[in-house]
Design a protein around this ligand. Sequence first.
Ligand code: BMA
Length: 851
Amino acid sequence: MKMAPSLLTLVLLVVAINPPCSAQSDNPSRLTLQLRDGWQFREAKKKEWYPAKVPGCVHADLLENKLIEDPFYRDNEQKLQWIGKTDWEYRTQFNLSTEFLQHKNIELVFEGLDTYASVFLNDAKVLSANNMFRRWEINCERDLKVGQNTLRILFRSPINEILPVLKQMKYQLPAPNDQGEKTSPYTRKAPYHYGWDWGPRLVTSGIWKPVYLQAWDQAILRDFTIRQNHVTPGEAKLTAEFLVESATDAEARITVDEVQDLLPRTEQTVRLSAGENTLLMEFSVSEPELWWPNGYGPQPLYTLRAKLLVGSDFCDQRSVRIGLRSLELRQQPDAWGKSFAFIINGVPIFAKGGNWIPADSFANRVTPERYRQLVQSCHDANMNMLRLWGGGYYEDDEFYALCDELGILVWQDFMFACSLYPGDPGFLENVKQEAIDNVRRLRNHPAIALWCGNNEVETGWVHWGWKRELPAGLWDDYLKLFHAVLPEVCTRLDPERPYWPSSPSSNLEDDPDSQKTGDVHFWGVWHAALPFKEYEQQFPRFMSEYGFQSFPDIRTVQSYTLPEDRNIQSPVMMAHQKHPRGNQLIREYMLRAYPEPKDFESFLYVSQVLQAEGIKIGAEHLRRNMPRVMGSLYWQIDDCWPVASWSSLDYFGHWKGLQYYARRFYNDLLVSPHEESNQINIYVVSDRMKATHVTLHTQLLDFAGKSVMEENSEIEVLPLKSAVYKKYDRTQMLQGKEASKLVLLSELMLDGKALSTNLLFFAPFKEMGLPKPRIENQIRQTGKNYQIQLSSDSLARAVYLSLNQGDGFFSDNYFDVLPGRSVALEFQPAGTMTLESLRQNLKIRSLVDAF
Ligand code: BMA
């Protein structure tokens, strides 16, 4: 790969130099002083102060000081509602030296304040904040002194702040998820804090992101971004854009290099004017190594470092990590309407993944390790896209960095969900600044594929009665926010990335839920209680939400219950089910296909099988219908607390059945047998860019393993395509046998290995009369881990391995074991575990055992 400077837009001189430029100190003259220590907090106006953690939030601090009980335990949530209706105060002290104060410019920077905050520096009020999602930068030289300084922040209750506003309103802005006074639309704060149909109402306050002082003299590099103007395998044409603030007019030098020297450096001399300067430097990389979504290729990343020098003074430096790829949201008229497909490096990508919600009610508790475990789990389940849903917060940099590394595209909503919003100039300006801060912060991540205005506001207006019941002017406010303010920021700051107004949306060209154009949320299954088969009647151009709930596993339930709570209808279990009809719906769907589970733990297990089997129907249908459909994002990936929900990863990151199923139904090669009017069509869907030669093995068996029909065919699976590779007449294939007692196995074999396996049943579980299987296991130690081999004397469905005690990860779970065929998997214990204790604690069950 080569990089060469080319044409310049604004600049006087560009030189590509290799090796390094003139000597300079390793540290820029900009200084940062983190204000992490010595924090205390108290209920406003009360006497006693307690130690606090920054970044953090008041609930976490109260818990840490043992002033409240765990909000996630039993029904504690209810008892803690006062916290959100209380004002809180935080303070710290820090010492400054004479040298530090000699700097010409000193700024106090808050990366995030939650939410209505008055900031006092040595008793001067320096900031009044009103948006959790904004970054605040305050010139504060005047207010600082040598020696001890005090920083104090008063947080007003975000609920109380809005109550007087609500009183004056002639109408109520809809906020169906607020579990109390409906104040959330007026406040720029994570909507899910106010409660959701999977989340508790825990209305936080606090300093939720880092705070620091920043000192500089001559010039500061406020921003550095790389625009990818045109990227092909032959050449990447890029523009580096710098935002420099300078104290005076001056001549400066900017150098850009790659930290590992993977790209040659470039340098240019520029004239700065006093104040803000936007500078552009165009350059190109020939034969770039391209960044790909997971499954399509590697994710090469480059860390580019920009240095700013004025004379011999090394003023500042900033780094960005980028991946080179082209990106397009292709919306082209076709036989079914208008396409909705993400094209990366010229390749149409079928988006496979789910919807991401905040991984905790208290953002600061999501450690880098937890982020990694969750995003890695998505990667390992063959996902290539997550939709960052608009009811939470713009994620931590860590999250996007992981998505860049693991090839997970991000559909990024702005933080608006299921409500209408004010449209007064103050509110719009506040949102505009929020958008500027976040687009600037995030735009260098190659993973981000789309900016999307909101979640379900367009469809809410049209389909949830808002249009009928509310003043028409609210729609004008909608248009201002989502069709003017937000797209204008995106076009100005991030012109190469597409903007989409809402999810679901038809960009006002059709009904918001139209299946001809745009994206769709389909909730006929679940909310309308329609059968899972109804998924197969849906042909959206891109399915950005569909889902079904399950319970978390018993260990997770144990974390928030006492033994007497462990029944589905108990008050504590109901407190951890936020959908009003949730448990009832799970039971109703369950009894359509299964008998009544024999006990509580079995109910939890069967709920996970039910969810996984249901979403499998939807996901495989969507994939079979590529390219008409180009995305399957199920609702939802993760949880913010331990709860019954639509997630496939529970609060502790445990894989539910759905996560294991997702790995199979999102495999790059998928065999998917499907009954279509007395015919059984064996589809193979390929997300591979090259044709693959495999053996398609099909076999009709009874539950004891006796073969009724068996065939092997050599097939060439076409790249990036869904097609039928084999057809059977149902009646002929069954040869007069009772269908409910048979199973059709389809698998793609390569070099003796099954790349994709799928079973087709002809009756719901409760009509199959499956015998109780005898499952044998053999365990072998392999270093720190164990290999477990299972076999069964008859078909064992949804075999579930778990531990009575201890923790660890099973490389596979919730799988079927056919008689006469063994299944091997790996177990990684969380700590150390002896073979003996694994043997003692391992519990193996299959569906039959649940009844
Ligand atoms: C979708 C989401 C969320 C919600 C989920 C389940 O519409 O956008 O608002 O949690 O449905 O009801």
